[in-house]
Design a protein around this ligand. Structure first.
Ligand SMILES: [Zn+2]
Ligand SMILES: [Zn+2]
Length: 380
């Protein structure tokens, strides 16, 4: 093809425009390690679009998720609340249908969902992995739950302490939730919604063997609510999956293999938090020897992006060590070890006891760890 001069000039100009627009379109990975046997997928199972009371077109949700390093999202527009229905016809499947191809292009898994939006009790429930969301439009909430359950959906309770329904912000368990649990419909609870952590929900997940979720519930464009360019992030459900597919996510959710990542906090069962910790914190042993009450420096390197806030949980004979210390995400800090003047010459390995206060295995109870460190002592 012959290219004339004006076309060539135009092409160069257009290339400039395209590259200008392409600038900043990049994906930032969420740096949390996999655990033995499972991939750690980063997911958000609660968000809205213009097809309910959201402010964005559905495919934008896939783009935001791709940029923020997510593996999977569920689009969960309200069934019962559509303030834009004078402009957009009611079609409960449409937001998913628009978001899905965008997700396919970007390799972000998009899951069909809906928010069953009722007064408390039972409050708001999300049903994801639906086949036909329109079947959830029913008069009675029990019929909506049944329609979701009949489709094999994963159903969870949203924001149980939401001040719109619980003005004091305290989540309460009602007979209706017992009913849903006993009939096998209720499988999980949002322990975190937006920036709220619900300790009651955390406790219920442990006691009643429910799946923990952490979701954004975004309505506006993501970066209006979360300063993602300043290191902020939306709440994320960590899903420990056998494979990075929709089926992999579904299987892990039904089998309770999740943890919560919100702000600077991780919440989850010890069986998940401990292997993440072991693959995140690296202790670089000190060089040199302690003489008398002298000191040496180890270093702690955090290979995950989640800060590790350590609080001493005991003492050992022979050395003292920091009472409190935070290792920021992806950073290394110095770790001072002092002699107590009681050790003889030679090398000793200590197991220094700590609690990770921002990695919660129960409400207000951090993960207990021991940092093994070899220290050499000189003859005093
Ligand atoms: Zn809701
Ligand atoms: Zn919602």
């Amino acid at each position: 093809m012959r290219i004339d001069r004006p076309t060539a000039v135009l092409a160069i100009l257009l290339a400039g425009v395209v590259s200008l627009h392409a600038h900043g379109r990049y994906r930032t990975p969420v740096r949390i390690p996999d655990i033995p046997g499972y991939l750690t997928l980063k997911c958000d199972f609660h968000m809205h679009t213009v097809f309910s009371d959201g402010k964005v077109w559905p495919d934008v949700r896939a783009e935001e998720a791709w940029r923020e390093g997510l593996d999977a999202i569920a689009i969960t527009d309200h069934i019962e609340y559509q303030p834009h229905k004078a402009d957009l016809p009611t079609n409960h499947n449409r937001s998913y249908e628009i978001a899905k191809p965008a997700g396919d292009t970007l390799q972000v898994i998009v899951i069909r969902g809906s928010e069953i939006t009722r007064s408390m009790p039972p409050g708001h429930l999300n049903a994801i992995f639906l086949k036909d969301a329109s079947k959830l439009e029913t008069k009675n909430w029990r019929d909506a739950v049944k329609a979701a359950q009949d489709q094999g959906a994963f159903i969870f309770w949203n924001h149980p302490g939401w001040t719109g329904q619980q003005p004091d912000g305290v989540a309460r368990w009602y007979d209706e939730h017992t009913e849903l649990l006993q009939q096998g419909a209720l499988k999980g609870i949002e322990v975190v919604n937006t920036r709220s952590y619900y300790p009651e929900a955390h406790r219920w997940c442990l006691e009643k063997k429910l799946t923990m979720l952490s979701n954004s519930d975004i309505h506006a464009p993501l970066n209006l609510d979360f300063d993602v360019h300043e290191g902020d992030h939306r709440p994320i459900t960590l899903v420990f999956a056998r494979e990075r597919t929709a089926e992999g996510v579904r299987e892990a959710l039904f089998n309770r293999r999740t943890a919560v990542y919100s702000g600077e906090m991780l919440v989850g069962e010890e069986r998940f938090l401990r292997p993440i910790f072991e693959r995140s914190l690296v202790l670089i042993p000190p060089t040199g020897r302690i003489k008398g009450k002298g000191r040496v420096y180890a270093q702690l390197r955090n290979e995950s992006e989640v800060p590790i806030t350590l609080k001493a949980a005991g003492k050992v004979n022979g050395v003292t060590f920091p009472g409190e210390l935070t290792v920021p995400g992806l950073k290394t800090v110095l770790f001072e070890i002092r002699g107590t003047g009681t050790m003889r010459e030679g090398e000793r390995t200590f197991r220094l006891p700590y609690e990770v206060t921002n990695w919660l295995v129960e409400p207000e109870k951090g993960l207990r760890v021991e940092l093994p460190v070899a220290v050499r002592f000189a003859n005093p």
